[in-house]
Design a protein around this ligand. Structure first.
Ligand code: FUL
Length: 690
């Protein structure tokens, strides 16, 4: 087939030889600096939280930790670099010093560093090894240096600023090129401070004299971008979930902001159309609940649908994505984190691997700036080419017509940000079968990159209608893709009443289930509405792509008897949380025991204890005794034992015992992880036909 657009490009090229290229459109201020353009193209890079907290199991150390505690057993920065490279990440930012003040390099500014660690008998340098390992893979290296230092005796006094700058000087002179310098907004509070053990508040606006520090960074690393709430080059997205906003401007009213200001997230983090400086957003998020490694979060690594959502809500919304790995005590990225990361990366590749062949489509624009700015530039793949509308226009329509109907569910657009962010709103329209136009979706800002997730759509023509812009719009790239569905099984939840619900990982999937132990691929019923399951039942479920017929793996869940008629004996607040089949709600008791009336007698053969799932755990039962009764007053012990490793791995515990007929159950804490009231997310029973 003749490639129509190739011909057009060829024709334009020949025409261009005779007609001069029009001058570029005037930039609309603010515009990015060269170092910001280079950074923006990185899109996806890693964060690593690794230092003292890794060994004390904390998120914020106090500053009084013994440096000897830092002692990774299998430190392997080459493993980090290999994983990041395989994931298509372009670099890493490492916590050279977190709030507790422990330095990962042998700094001359303090003894609170690797110099006094057990690791390599104080002869090691984590910054050296990580930066070398990343450069060896062709990846970039950046540093996080906490302004707040809960160890340093001078923190809060003017003397500390000189120390802080000297630390920066060391990091920015001894470790090659640094692509980003990251300053945290968390500043000031209680700490060790060289033994003073007091609270030190600072005037966040003036204490650090940031201007002088920025000058130092520019002098030592002119190509590095500086991150902070107020930039000056890259700004915080305002949350730690990894989400940018439907409307995300790279323009920022930078002079109204200072690092750590309380109203930043709500007022400034989405950027402003009339922002005075170019300070694009960076979305930071950890692959686990915590920034630092905690063994009890090994089972809480974000799922593929969660990670994918983060990707589309950050990179798909004019932001970069800084994804954190809590490096473990060995000094490695944990296997679970690597596995989830690779699921994400494979899925992203899959989502963008089937672009619509726009080179075979007819492209037209309602307006063009002139020779050299044709709409075909948006599909040329050449970053130096772009379409621009006529000067003075603030709206324009780009139409794309296909010979045959096409199917897609992703739309991607990129402005030529070197000329400033311009587009304020747009609609995406498709041609209907009767020749009319129908709005498929709409959006606001585009910026460096905007991706829309759409329902599966079939049409012969698409129109991008730019309805408003700050100045004549530009577009560098346009794309449409057909992303396969996330083919994961649905999630299964049940209420106390026995009402059961299935939830698909994304729209456009149908859910099939069986309740008789047979394969839902063969015998599955299509799920339409919640239904009630009262008796012990094995449910098997899968998701099926309505378009392709492809199915997910089958997920199985053993449902215990419904807790419809159960009653927790005795009073207390939130007793229902114990038996609501929702592990996110907890029940606490000082008495260290709970008794439940099951409403009728069952032949019991075991019980389950679901520990609390909160980020910070308390009162988990580590040793238990389990009793049964037929009248609620005389109890017989049927089991006693330990919930091994429950603190590190707080998953549901399941205990079997010799079958016994009973109506009442009691779980007693013989020992707990701490002195806090015993905590319970859920208690369940196993009955004999399971
Ligand atoms: C926060 C810090 O307080 C956290 O510990 C973490 O480093 C995160 C990236 O930034 O503000």
């Amino acid at each position: 087939m003749i490639n129509r657009n190739l011909l057009i490009v060829l024709f334009c090229f020949i025409a261009a030889c005779s007609a001069p290229k029009a001058d570029s459109p005037e930039p609309v201020l603010p515009v990015p600096h060269e170092r910001q353009l280079v950074w923006q193209d990185m899109e996806f890079y890693a964060f690593a939280h690794f230092n003292m907290n890794t060994f004390t199991n904390m998120e914020w150390g106090l500053g009084d930790e013994d440096p000897a505690l830092f002692n990774p057993t299998e430190f392997d920065p080459a493993q980090w670099a290999r994983i990041c490279k395989a994931a298509g990440m372009k670099g890493i930012i490492l916590t050279a010093k977190h709030h507790d003040g422990f330095c990962l390099w042998p700094t001359a500014t303090t003894d609170h560093s690797v110099k006094n660690a057990a690791w390599k008998e104080g002869k090691g340098d984590i910054i050296r090894e990580v930066s070398d390992a990343f450069r060896a893979e062709g990846l970039k290296f950046g540093v996080y240096l906490s302004p707040w230092d809960r160890n340093h005796p001078d923190y809060g006094k003017p003397e500390y600023i000189a120390v802080f700058r000297e630390q920066l000087r060391e990091l920015l002179t001894n470790y090659g090129d640094i692509f980003e310098v990251w300053f945290d907004g968390a500043n000031g509070g209680t700490g060790y401070y060289g033994g003073a053990n007091e609270e030190r508040r600072v005037d966040k606006r003036n204490y650090y004299d940031w201007k002088t520090t920025y000058e130092l960074i520019r002098e030592l690393q002119p190509n590095a971008v500086i991150f902070g709430d107020a930039g000056p080059d890259v700004r915080w997205v305002g949350n730690e979930h990894g989400y940018a906003y439907e409307t995300t401007w790279s323009n920022l009213m930078r002079d109204s902001i200072y690092g750590g200001m309380p109203e930043y997230a709500e007022k400034y983090s989405a950027g402003q159309e009339n922002g005075t400086h170019w300070v694009p957003a960076e979305a930071d998020v950890s692959i686990r609940p915590g920034w630092y490694y905690h063994p009890y979060e090994d089972h809480k690594v974000k799922s593929l649908p969660q990670l994918l959502d983060i990707y589309y809500r950050s990179i798909g919304r004019n932001s970069s994505l800084l994804l954190n790995f809590p490096i473990d005590k060995r000094g490695k990225i944990h296997e679970n984190d690597e596995a989830q990361l690779m699921k994400l990366v494979d899925k992203i590749h899959e989502d963008f691997s089937s672009p619509l062949p726009l080179e075979n489509a007819r492209l037209s624009a309602s307006s063009t700036h002139g020779q050299g700015f044709e709409v075909e530039n948006t599909i040329s793949g050449d970053d130096d080419l772009y379409w621009a509308a006529e000067d003075g226009t603030t709206n324009a329509t780009i139409q794309i017509e296909f010979d045959e109907p096409v199917r897609f569910n992703r739309f991607l657009a990129q402005e030529n940000i070197a000329l400033g962010q311009r587009i304020k709103s747009f609609d995406l329209e498709i041609k209907t079968t009767n020749g009319g136009w129908q709005k498929l979706s709409s959006g606001t800002t585009v910026g460096y990159k905007r991706i829309l997730r759409l329902p599966d759509t079939e049409t012969t023509a698409v129109r991008l209608v730019i309805t408003d812009a700050k100045a004549s719009p530009t577009l560098q790239h346009l794309g449409f893709f057909l992303a396969p569905k996330v083919l994961l099984p649905p999630s299964i939840t049940r209420e106390k009443s026995g009402l059961l619900r299935l939830k698909a990982p994304e729209e456009g999937l149908e859910l099939l289930y069986t309740l008789d132990g047979t394969d839902p691929k063969e015998n599955g019923q299509v799920y339409t509405d919640a239904f009630t399951v009262l008796q012990p039942t094995e449910i098997q479920v899968l998701s099926r792509d309505k378009g392709t017929g492809e199915t997910s793996e089958v997920a199985k869940k053993e449902l215990q008897i419904a807790r419809k008629n159960w009653k927790v004996l005795g009073d207390g607040e939130n007793t229902d949380h114990l038996i609501d089949e929702n592990p996110e709600t907890n029940y606490f008791t000082e008495t260290n025991a709970v008794s439940i009336d099951l409403g009728e007698s069952y032949l019991l053969k075991g019980f389950t204890y679901y520990p609390m799932q909160n980020r910070y755990l308390s009162g988990l039962i580590t040793n238990y005794a389990f009793y049964v009764s037929n009248n609620g007053s005389q109890w017989k012990k049927v089991s006693e034992g330990e919930f091994g490793n429950i603190v590190n791995s707080p998953i549901e515990q399941r205990v079997n015992f010799a079958p016994v007929e009973a109506r009442y159950i009691q779980l007693r804490a013989l020992d707990k992880m701490d002195e806090n009231p015993a905590s319970f997310a859920e208690i369940g029973v196993l009955v004999d036909n399971q």
